[in-house]
Design a protein around this ligand. Structure first.
Ligand code: PMP
Length: 368
């Protein structure tokens, strides 16, 4: 078996034990004579699969009983619209723009009401999270003024390699967070949020599932807009147990297996420790390098996406091209920013990161 060192930003590496279990169960899922791909979502066998996925996630994150867990489709992108449609009751929400996906969510929200720009780090090409004291002062002023339905953040910025190390203080205003690329990377205090959501294709499973965790009081009255598509109506989705229509049955099954893997390998605190060890190996190398430099400001660095460059586009391209010879894949930076990016999600091992570090050091010796 020849598996590469896969640093993809998503869809991303999955634990090999999970892949092996899925392969084992492919022809005959636990004696029922069919695969999960072929199973009715209304069967009791499948109900057990989705219930187990939810129960495992609830244990992992200590999700309080007054939060609903949904497994939806449409990616994180569909929730850029779903969030204002459900929550913008007074027609005004605050957005902190820290990168491409936060900006997309901000623009989408502006279709449904007033999207208030609370802070942005665009002036330094999104290399940082804005200072929390400034963000907090702005939230307090807006909340005391015309009011805000929610405050929206993108907690980890996959393209720019930045992450919040402190959450904004929102008072009574619900905090909404896109946690797609830091979901299950580290512990998360669900009660700090009104709603969190994540595309599964980084740390939680395969593409095609979006996990939404929402405080039930926020959706009890139905969506803010009557014309909200039924699919995006979180109250209805919660009432139907994510089965308003046919869900991504196989994707949810994969999520359940990944959740169990996280639990069996020590839970979220252990994940965070391992993830920082991997990321810091690269950050330390970058700090000491004469060739490469990290692009995120030190106090905004991501636990999951390590972004770096040489400063010379041709050298960057040579680095990316040469990586394949070392069985290293997917280290090219996002097309918006160029350079390099190594995503060190949960299933990426320390051995993978060491292989990358060895290649970086060798490349540096050759080119400086
Ligand atoms: N938010 C973040 C933080 C992302 O990294 C991405 C890209 N995977 C998205 C949103 C968009 O996700 P999707 O492609 O699942 O719609």
């Amino acid at each position: 078996m020849a598996r590469v060192h896969n640093f993809s930003a998503g869809p991303a590496a999955l634990p090999t034990s999970v892949l092996a279990e899925i392969a084992d169960e492919m022809m005959d899922y636990r004696g029922c004579g069919m695969s999960v791909l072929e199973m009715s979502h209304r069967s009791s066998m499948y109900q057990q699969i989705i219930d187990d996925a939810e129960a495992t996630l609830r244990r992992l994150l200590s999700i309080p009983d007054n939060y609903r867990v949904l497994f939806l489709q449409g990616g994180a992108t569909l929730q850029f619209a779903g969030i204002p449609m459900n929550l913008m009751r007074r027609g005004r929400a605050g957005y902190v723009v820290t990168g491409n996906f936060a900006n997309k969510a901000y623009k989408e929200a502006a279709k449904y009401g007033e999207a208030v720009l609370l802070a942005s780090s665009e002036d330094t090409n999104f290399d940082r999270i804005p200072t929390m004291a400034d963000v907090n002062a702005r939230i307090a002023a807006e909340a005391a003024g015309d009011g805000l339905d929610y405050v929206y953040i993108c907690q980890n910025n996959t393209i720019f390699g930045t992450m919040y190390h402190e959450l904004p203080a929102c008072g009574d205003v619900p905090l909404v967070a896109d946690v797609s690329s830091c979901f299950l990377s580290q512990p998360l205090d669900v009660e700090r949020y009104g709603l969190i959501y994540a595309g599964a294709q980084k740390n939680a499973g395969a593409a095609g599932v979006t996990v939404v965790i929402v405080r039930d009081g926020l959706i009890a009255d139905g969506p803010a807009f009557a014309q909200t598509p039924q699919y995006l109506d979180l109250k209805t989705q919660a009432a139907k147990g994510s089965m308003l229509n046919t869900p991504n049955t196989f994707g949810i099954y994969v999520c359940g297996k990944v959740f169990r893997w996280v639990e069996q390998t020590g839970g979220l605190a252990a994940m965070a420790e391992r993830n920082w060890a991997k990321a810091n190996l690269l950050y330390d190398l970058l700090e000491n390098s004469k060739l490469f430099h990290g692009t995120a400001q030190t106090d905004s660095r991501s636990i999951a996406n390590v972004t770096f460059r040489t400063g010379d586009a041709d050298l960057d391209a040579a680095f990316v091209a040469g990586a394949a010879e070392h069985q290293i894949q997917n280290v090219k930076g996002h097309r918006l920013v160029g350079g390099m990016r190594a995503s060190v999600y949960n299933a990426v091992t320390m051995e993978d990161v060491q292989a990358l570090a060895t290649y970086m050091k060798g490349f540096e010796a050759q080119h400086s």
